[in-house]
Write a protein that binds this ligand. Structure first.
Ligand code: NAD
Ligand code: TYD
Length: 334
């Protein structure tokens, strides 16, 4: 089977490309990626020479590029997105373009070409925040940030193509994902890289916001299962058993790095900061998914990976300084 993966040069997409090629000899993958600030082909070095893999640089908003990249593909796994909440607070335009309009272009092209399966990788953030309990796929979506609102647009659009045009479209809603090669603006790689550089770790607000943490390979296996077995028009939550406050997460990172708690710098909260994300993944577990990587182990391996791959994240941190400065000026919490 030939599939199109969008955003395959990103954090989760690159893990998915590598995992799929490793585990399914008959698969052939076209990776459509614009290579925005967060895309990086270094993540895909090990598959660069694989004859079953082809890279196609292009924008999901560009209908002719999408048409060309999708030629001959029977399935689509769509991950390309603008992904960082803090960036969406500064400027939402790219989020609306890529996440909403780009998804429409992909769906429309897939429909016209008679693609067999289309999976959109959505997020737990589309449900919004809740203090107790867990959202199921039947709950209404209540997104709050420009990021989660545009992801919800992609999510709804995907489901609408199943309902309206009969496209075999499926959505996955994953929780906060971590692992090697994550762009160092997301909290785990940001805090590890700051600590390793002798800098303070900017913990937003009271640090009691809660997130569910999912190892990247577990997330990828869940996407593959939903692609294989997911029912047309259905959404599937993906979450682990591990939820914790940001304060507790930060404490564990510092412990692994043998750094003192004084490295933490409480800073002004993120505007509209969702207090807690919590979803039930019972529906996907019923299809046979369960996580393989216990949180402590995966966090330890991830921290170790960042310790061993300093040159990869250092060059990115250098380039992304503008964003942090700009963000700090706007919100006083860089
Ligand atoms: P990422 O920012 O690391 O990667 C995004 C990729 O998309 C990059 O390679 C980028 O170049 C590409 N891209 C961006 N705009 C594009 C465009 N217009 N055309 C083509 N390519 C474009 O993101 P990630 O963390 O790997 O997330 C991947 C997907 O998973 C996203 O859809 C995200 O919403 C979703 N998700 C992420 C998490 C998480 O914790 N990281 C959790 C749940 C869901
Ligand atoms: P992040 O990795 O940006 O993911 P998301 O906002 O999509 O959940 O942030 C995870 C949590 O960490 C979130 O509650 C915000 C918090 N956070 C900080 O406290 N400081 C930081 O510098 C960043 C980037 C995030």
């Amino acid at each position: 089977m030939k599939v199109l993966i969008t955003g395959g040069a990103g954090f989760i997409g690159s893990h998915l490309v590598r995992l799929w090629l490793r585990e399914q000899p008959s698969i052939s993958i076209v990776n459509l990626d614009k290579l925005t600030y967060s895309g990086d082909l270094a993540r895909l070095e090990e598959v660069g020479a694989d004859r079953r893999y082809r890279f196609f640089q292009g924008d999901v908003c560009d209908a002719s590029a999408v048409d060309e990249a999708m030629e001959g593909c029977e399935g689509i796994v769509h991950l390309a997105a603008e992904t960082h909440v803090d960036r969406s607070l500064l400027d939402g335009k790219a989020f609306i373009d890529t996440n909403a309009y780009g998804t429409y272009v992909l769906l429309e092209t897939a429909r016209k070409k008679g693609v067999k399966k289309f999976l959109t990788v959505s997020t737990d953030e589309v449900y919004g925040s809740r203090e107790k309990g867990h959202f199921t796929e039947k709950d209404p979506l209540n997104p709050t940030s420009p990021y989660s609102i545009t992801k919800a647009a992609a999510d709804f659009l995907t489901q609408s193509y199943a309902a309206t045009y009969g496209l075999h479209a499926v959505v996955t809603r994953g929780s906060n994902t971590f692992g090697p090669f994550q762009y160092p603006e997301k909290v785990i790689p940001l805090f590890v890289s700051k600590a390793l550089s002798g800098k303070k770790l900017p913990l937003y607000g009271d640090g009691l916001h809660v997130r569910n943490w999912l190892a990247v390979e577990d997330h990828c296996r869940a996407i593959l299962l939903a692609f294989r077995k997911g029912r047309k028009g259905e959404a599937y939550n993906i979450s682990s058993d591990t939820e914790m406050t940001n304060r507790e997460l930060t404490r564990r990172i510092l412990k692994l790095l043998d750094k003192p708690a004084s490295c933490i710098q409480p800073v002004k909260d993120r505007p509209g900061h969702d207090r807690r994300y919590a979803i039930s993944s019972r529906k996907l577990r019923a299809l046979g998914w369960k996580e393989r990587f216990p949180f402590e182990e995966a966090l330890r391996d991830t921290v170790q990976w960042y310790c061993q791959n300093v040159s990869w994240w250092k060059s990115i941190v250098e380039k992304s300084r503008d964003f942090r400065t700009y963000y700090a000026k706007a919100y006083g919490n860089g």
